[in-house]
Design a protein around this ligand. Structure first.
Ligand code: FAD
Length: 477
């Protein structure tokens, strides 16, 4: 039996310079955006796809934990190597080729989402999934987390744009789920099993992505409402009228005030401190013109006030405020529990009333914003981490929120996944039979449990201690 150091040394002999065992390299790969750090033994940056097969074969043989890493932007601790071992950094596998005839992108897993956007747009195509982290995050990470964004309601999320995937099973065998064709009905659909599997069932090396024609026209409208319940009620009327905006972003009063203070700009002059909904229509000129009339009629009857963006600069100004609101919240506390829950549309008003109650009950600011076209709302519980009472109140508020969204028929996560941070709540969403089925799939594809171990199924109450570097009992060293 070889020691972990001996196995790493033999990997280094086989792959050479792409294996980094320096403290600096290991530290840089030890955490993701959850800021929870666990030092790996080595970081491997493959130069070619086949290197990954070599790494996995060796890891599987010697039971070395392996964690795949895109850009580490996940907020859930899912890219943190909680059991040490090896981290595979995918950034060099980043080639993007557009098949402009077929409307498909062939993408290396390490390419950033924004690179795909730009390459597609240069050829008149559009790749709609647009996580706010798009300039940094990778397509491999997007597939692994089934990332979404503002365009989710009309176009869908990453899952809706993956035609085929290529990569490795944890045993080191190369596999391909689907081909670059729009139809494929040959065998089990294991492609979809990989999507959203948080790097626990296989390593994606490449994806074929579906593109749609780049919209010729866009039109943006800002609306304000008396309160949150009125805003969420009004938006249901819009969808009932079969209007599908490309983007439908909600900012509650607290989020608006934070964004205003951070940017020094009034979001909606004359309507300061009111919740807003920012709408964007996209499509052909005729389609947008048509829908515009319907949306304006809706705004006249439902909104307190509304204003069209008259120029690209005005549109940009509005989106800049929306993009700022998440960071701006740190004026309310130095710690944030950002919960990306999903609420069914039928319960929108009930949810708005619930958040008002939760703020009162916890005594904490809870600015809430998000995507109303698909019910994916970001509930931000703000507190000061040095204040024990606030920390306890934040913890209780998260638990309350999770129980409530599930009781409303919603989901504990719409984008970010489970990772480490949401492990205490998986049992709320899934019954024991569902969890056993997921674990059986994991066991079948990863019999030695080497790929991203310690995630999803083991309950870790780490989110309570965002700054702590916990040493977990199952640490292999
Ligand atoms: C400021 C900010 C804004 C964000 N906004 C959004 C948003 O709007 N929408 C949204 O959905 N998310 C958002 N996120 C979360 C995050 O950006 C996404 O989950 C993203 O998809 C992660 O990509 P990544 O390349 O950084 O992956 P990482 O963080 O490196 O990894 C995430 C998970 O994917 C696995 N993984 C990575 N690459 C591969 C691969 N090639 N094969 C198999 N598994 C792999 C990892 O093991 C890990 O489990 C945001 C994060 C931040 C910090």
């Amino acid at each position: 039996m070889k020691t972990p150091a001996q196995v790493t040394a033999s990997l280094k002999r086989r792959l050479g310079v792409c294996v980094d065992t320096t403290e600096k390299g290991r530290w840089a790969a030890s955490f993701d955006s959850s800021k929870i750090s666990f030092l790996p033994d080595a970081v491997i940056t493959p130069r070619r796809e086949a290197d990954i097969g070599v790494v996995l074969e060796l890891a599987n043989k010697h039971r070395v934990p392996v964690t795949v890493r895109g850009r580490g932007t996940t907020l859930m601790g899912s890219a943190a190597p909680v059991r040490g071992g090896w981290v595979i950094d995918m950034l060099r596998l980043n080639k993007v080729t557009i098949d402009a005839d077929a409307g498909m992108a062939h993408v290396g897993a390490g390419a950033t989402t924004a690179t795909v956007h730009r390459a597609a747009e240069a050829q008149g195509w559009f790749y709609p999934p647009d996580p706010s982290s798009k300039e940094y995050c990778t397509i491999g990470g997007n597939v692994a987390c089934n990332a979404g964004g503002m365009h989710g309601g009309k176009y869908g999320v990453t899952r809706d744009f993956v035609i085929a995937l290529r990569g490795f099973l944890p045993t080191g065998e190369l596999v391909q789920w689907g081909t670059a064709t729009k139809k494929f009905a040959a065998g089990f659909n294991l492609r979809d099993l990989w999507i959203g599997s948080e790097g626990m069932l296989g390593i994606v090396t490449g994806a074929v992505l579906k593109l749609v024609p780049l919209p010729a026209a866009r039109w943006t409208l800002l609306t304000s409402f008396t309160d949150e319940t009125a805003a969420l009620k009004a938006v249901r009327a819009l969808f009932r009228a079969r209007v599908q905006p490309a983007i439908c972003e909600f900012l509650d009063r607290e989020s608006v005030l934070c964004a205003q203070r951070a940017t020094g700009k009034t979001v909606f002059p004359g309507q300061a401190g009111r919740p807003v909904i920012l709408l964007e229509l996209a499509g052909s000129l005729a389609e947008v013109d048509d829908l515009k009339m319907e949306v304006l009629a809706w705004a006249q009857t439902s909104a307190l006030a509304y204003k069209e963006a008259r120029s690209r600069a005005e549109v940009e100004e509005l989106w800049a405020v929306r993009r700022k609101c998440s960071g701006a919240m740190f004026e309310l506390g130095d710690a944030k529990l950002n919960e990306d829950i999903v609420v069914p549309m039928r319960n929108y008003e009930k949810f708005a009333r619930y958040i008002t109650k939760l703020k009162k009950k916890s005594g904490l600011p809870i600015p809430t914003f998000g995507h109303l076209a698909d019910g994916n709302l970001h509930v931000n519980i703000m507190y000061h981490r040095a204040d024990a009472a606030e920390t306890r109140a934040a913890e209780a508020a998260v638990q309350d929120l999770m129980e409530t969204v599930v009781s409303f028929g919603g989901a504990i996560s719409g984008e970010h996944g489970i990772g480490l941070a949401k492990t205490p709540f998986l049992r709320l969403q899934h019954n024991p039979a569902q969890i056993r089925a997921m674990q059986a799939v994991k066991k079948a594809l990863d019999p030695r449990g080497i790929l991203n171990p310690g995630k999803m199924f083991q309950e870790v109450r780490i989110w309570k201690y965002p700054k702590l570097q916990l040493k977990l009992p199952w640490d292999h060293k």
